[in-house]
Every structure is written in structure tokens, then in C-alpha cells.
Ligand binder design. Structure first.
Ligand code: FAD
Ligand code: NAD
Length: 477
């Protein structure tokens, strides 16, 4: 009997769908099993990212920022608005349309590339055998040569604030509110907490974030983190650090959260509570016991630098494995695995140049090491930074805060980390990633001509500042 598929991918998020498309481009007969069903019960590709992650959150961040600008910033430009209001149903429908368009787009790409979409559940059996159970129908066994596991992650839940699908929700619930909560509590001032907190704060909620750690965004460069905390606080986000949640209860139509901070027991009453305390790998029901797949202590799949698992011809990518839980990292791993399967020549993905972005206003973007990491490693470095307030384009845009910062090795001048706080930081950071991929020095960046007037000139000036020769500010020597 002719073999049905050479490669079976389990999971159709940015790790899995990209792997499947790349496999098909390279001439491999490929199927992608995906279990996702959207709110209407229809199967949809794109995983967390397209359905309930990156895309819907950015759609709401954009809408809410427009509203916020219209209500707070337009008058300074001489633009008069009257009777400003929010039609949340329209805002949510726009977000849903963006999601539908993009998930439908992946379906189109599958068709165009000849990838077979198998909506339903996938389970790895022994070797590379896979059990596929369609949403409606009987299970059948597929026998590909290679399997790529890309089942992603799901929100972590905590017993102290169990989700009830209405008042206490996870990020998916918080993307779907049908009315603006008057008082919104968020457990966790991490990436999701800050992004979704910003959305609802801009639309009028009083937002309180309870964060267990004493330090705000410990993974972010300290200087950037301190500035961001101040700016977000000024916007109205009430970020309570060192707040240890003790419990929660639903009473009289509100959620009461008790927590401990500065040795005192405190309480918070809100209309809705979002639990955003991290995510965990999605391995439930993914692998039969006889498969013998090795997992790590966090429940993720153990892989080598090239995403190979302990089972020959079985790979795992994306949120399911070590490294940052980011869509672009998942996709890059998917691509690398497809190329490894097709050519037999494995190549890894560099995790030290994966950029991170928090899409608050201002955006927080970074790549590579932070200053505190270099200090603790004892790496000799030089730092150059440049405030956006001294950048012409930023001033024209009414931007008053933010900075670009370059960290370079003190002896070799190789760029070790770049940090940007400001509008457009998510775009500017791409230049820094490219520079680091090419092992550029801060001198290389300093000699690169940047268009004027652009926000990216702040990065150029920060590179000049590494050597104490920024032009548009007084250098500290
Ligand atoms: P996923 O996208 O989780 O996809 C996995 C797919 O596998 C899902 O469709 C799932 O249903 C399916 N599946 C699971 N088990 C099975 C099975 N046994 N059989 C069949 N199918 C299965 N990242 C960014 O880079 N930028 C952002 O701006 C960003 N914003 C985010 C905002 C939010 C609110 C959230 C929650 C996440 C965000 N992320 C963002 C993270 C990003 O969504 C993930 O890193 C990314 O989706 C991981 O891709 P993946 O392919 O590994 O898994
Ligand atoms: P996170 O790890 O970014 O933040 C979780 C926060 O919750 C941490 O600061 C942690 O200290 C805190 N926390 C944990 N337990 C707590 C408790 N009991 N009480 C109070 N605070 C507690 O996780 P997240 O915000 O849930 O996001 C999950 C992941 O999704 C991110 O790490 C990221 O990989 C991905 N994501 C990325 C983007 C983006 O790229 N812009 C956006 C959203 C999500």
C-alpha cells in the first residue's frame, strides 16, 4: 500500500503550520493534525497565536490605543473630537474578523502547498506511528517516516483563583469581554497581564495587577524596566509588586481577592479577575505511554539543539519545548526541522538572538543580554543609551519618554544586547537582531546610515554613545 504521508505534524499553530508548509515546499507528503475549534465550533488553523494570542491581543491593543489617543492626545494636535464613545461589540467584531481572515489564510496556504489538514486529535504511538481521531469519526493510524510535535501550550491555572468562565478568566476570557469591566484585577504582571491590562485600562477599567515577584519584569533590562513601570503607572495601571495571592471568592457579583504584601494581609474587590501567571506545555493526551517520549520537569518535551526528541525521526517545536514561548521562535524551529527532515542536514535555531516584545505603549523590545545579566556573568561591557525625547521624529510624534540602549563587549565591541522602550520598538529591534546575527560591533551599527527623521536614529545614537560620541546629547564619559 502506498504510504499516505511522509511527515505528520501534530498541532497547527505557528510552529506546526510553518513546519508543514515548509515540508510540503520541500516535496514531502505532509499532513497536519490540529484539534482547535473556534467559538463557533468550526475547526481553525493557527493555534493559540492566531486564535487567542498574538493576533486578537494586538487587534484589541490597536483599537484601544486609537481610542486612548483620541481621548487624550488629539487636542494637542488641534484635532477636535466630540461625543467620543466606545462600541465594544464593533471593536470585538473587528478583532474576530482579523482572526478569521488570518486563520482562513493558513487554510488557503495549506491548499496551495498541498498540505493535508486533518482536523481532530493526534497522538503519538510507538515509533513514528500516529493515531488520528477526527472531530467526528473513528480513530485511524497513520504511519509517516517523521513526526513533528507542535501542540503548543495552555494557560497555567492556580487553585487560589479557579477559573469560572465568567468572573474569573484566563487570557482567552479577557480577550472576549463583552462589556468593559469597571474594576479589573489581574494576577500576574507579566507579558499578558501588561498587554491585556493596557487594553482594558485604555477603555476605562480601573486595573490592578497583583504580581508575586518584588522585581518588575525581571527579564527586561533594569533601566528599561524602571522607566516602563513608571510610565505604565502614570497611565493608570496599578501594579502591586511582591503581592502573594492567598485566595479568592465570588460574592455579591464581585470577586474578592485576598493577598499578602509587605507582611500585611490585604484584599481587592473587582468585577472581573484575569489569571495570567504563565503557560505550560500541552502534552495532555499527546503521547501514548508506550512511545517512551522523555519530558522535562515542567512537562515539556526534551529536545536537542535541532529539536530532535529521544525517539528517532520524532521532533518537537515551539511552546512545547525549552526556550521562550514566542510565535516567531516556534516558526523558526518548525522551518529548521522541515529542512532537517528534507535534507538530512540538521541546523539549530539560535535562542540568544530571539527578540522579545511587550506591546504596551510604549512598546518594550529587546534582544540578547541585559545589563544586569552581563554584570552577574562578569562580562566586561560598555553601554550606550539615547533618550527618545532627544529624537526629532519622536518629538514630532509627541513622544516624551523611552530610550534605545546598546550593550557591547568592552574588548571586542561585539553587540551583546539591545533594548528599546518606545513606539515602534517592535520594528526597531529587527535591526538589532540582524546586527547580532552577523556578530556586528557597536561600531558597525554606529557607521550604518539611518534615514532621518526616524525613531531608529535613536538606536544609531545609542551605538555612537557606546563610544561616548552621540551627537544629539551630551555624552557621559
Ligand atoms: P500553539 O500556537 O499553542 O498551537 C498548538 C496547536 O496544537 C493548537 O491549535 C492546539 O489546539 C493544537 N493541539 C494541541 N494538542 C493537540 C493534539 N494532541 N492533537 C491535535 N492538535 C493539538 N507570542 C509572540 O511571539 N508574540 C505575541 O504578541 C504573542 N502574544 C500572545 C498573546 C496571548 C494572549 C497569548 C496567550 C500568547 C501570545 N504569544 C505571543 C505566544 C504565542 O501565541 C505562542 O508562543 C505560540 O502560539 C506558540 O506556537 P506553537 O505552534 O508552539 O503552539
Ligand atoms: P509571564 O511569565 O510573562 O508572566 C507571569 C507573571 O505572573 C510573572 O511575572 C510571575 O511572577 C507572575 N506570577 C506567577 N504566579 C503568580 C501568583 N500566584 N501570584 C501573582 N503573580 C504570579 O506569563 P504570561 O503573562 O502568562 O504569558 C505567558 C507567555 O506567553 C509569555 O511568557 C510569553 O512567552 C507569551 N506571550 C508573549 C507575548 C508577546 O510576545 N508580546 C504576549 C503574551 C504572551
Amino acid at each position: 500500500m502506498e504510504q499516505e504521508y511522509e511527515v505528520v505534524v501534530i498541532g497547527g499553530g505557528p510552529g506546526g503550520y510553518v513546519a508543514a508548509i515548509r515540508c510540503a515546499q520541500l516535496g514531502l507528503k505532509t499532513a497536519c493534525i490540529d484539534a482547535w475549534r473556534n467559538a463557533q465550533g468550526r475547526p481553525a488553523l493557527g493555534g493559540t497565536c492566531l486564535n487567542v494570542g498574538c493576533i486578537p491581543s494586538k487587534a484589541l491593543l490597536h483599537s484601544s490605543e486609537l481610542y486612548h489617543q483620541a481621548s487624550t492626545a488629539f487636542s494637542a494636535h488641534g484635532i477636535q473630537t466630540g461625543g467620543l464613545g466606545i462600541d465594544l461589540a464593533v471593536m470585538q467584531a473587528r478583532k474576530d474578523k482579523v482572526v478569521e481572515q488570518l486563520t482562513g489564510g493558513i487554510e488557503g496556504l495549506f491548499k496551495a502547498n498541498g498540505v493535508t489538514w486533518l482536523p481532530g486529535h493526534g497522538r503519538l504511538l510507538e515509533g513514528t506511528r500516529v493515531e488520528f481521531t477526527p472531530h467526528e469519526g473513528e480513530p485511524r493510524t497513520l504511519t509517516p517516516d517523521h513526526v513533528i510535535l507542535a501542540s503548543g501550550s495552555r494557560p497555567l491555572e492556580i487553585g487560589l483563583a479557579p477559573l469560572d468562565g465568567g468572573r474569573i478568566v484566563d487570557s482567552t476570557g479577557a480577550l472576549g469581554f463583552r462589556e468593559v469591566p469597571r474594576r479589573l484585577g489581574i494576577i500576574g504582571a507579566g507579558i499578558i497581564g501588561l498587554e491585556l491590562g493596557s487594553v482594558w485600562n485604555r477603555l476605562g477599567s480601573q486595573v490592578v495587577l497583583l504580581e508575586a515577584q518584588e522585581q518588575f519584569l525581571p527579564m527586561v533590562d533594569g533601566e528599561v524596566g524602571r522607566q516602563a513601570l513608571k510610565i505604565l503607572g502614570q497611565q493608570g495601571l496599578d501594579i502591586r509588586l511582591g503581592a502573594r495571592v492567598l485566595g479568592s471568592e465570588l460574592a455579591d457579583g464581585e470577586v474578592r481577592v485576598s493577598y499578602q504584601q509587605e507582611g500585611e494581609e490585604r484584599s481587592l474587590a473587582v468585577d472581573r479577575l484575569v489569571v495570567a501567571v504563565g503557560r505550560r506545555a500541552n502534552t495532555e493526551g499527546l503521547v501514548a505511554e508506550e512511545a517512551g517520549l522523555v519530558l522535562d520537569e515542567r512537562g515539556g518535551v526534551v529536545v536537542d539543539d535541532c529539536c530532535a526528541t529521544n525517539i528517532p525521526q520524532v521532533y518537537a517545536v515551539g511552546d512545547l519545548v525549552r526556550g521562550p514561548m514566542l510565535a516567531h521562535k516556534a516558526s523558526e524551529e518548525g522551518m529548521a526541522v522541515a529542512e532537517c527532515i528534507a535534507t538530512g542536514k540538521p541546523h539549530g535555531v539560535r535562542l540568544d538572538t530571539v527578540p522579545s516584545v511587550i506591546y504596551t505603549e510604549p512598546e518594550i523590545a529587546w534582544v540578547g543580554a541585559t545589563e544586569q545579566q552581563l554584570k552577574s556573568l562578569g562580562t566586561p561591557y560598555r553601554a550606550g543609551s539615547f533618550p527618545l525625547a532627544a529624537n526629532g521624529r519622536a518629538l514630532a510624534m509627541q513622544v516624551k519618554h523611552g530610550l534605545a540602549k546598546v550593550l557591547a563587549h568592552a574588548e571586542t565591541d561585539e553587540i551583546l544586547g539591545v533594548h528599546v522602550l518606545g513606539p515602534g520598538a517592535s520594528e526597531i529591534i529587527a535591526e538589532a537582531v540582524l546586527a547580532m546575527e552577523f556578530a556586528a560591533s557597536s561600531e558597525d551599527l554606529a557607521r550604518t546610515i539611518h534615514a532621518h527623521p526616524t525613531l531608529a536614529e535613536a538606536l544609531h545614537e545609542a551605538a555612537l554613545a557606546v563610544d561616548g560620541r552621540a551627537i544629539h546629547r551630551v555624552n557621559r564619559r
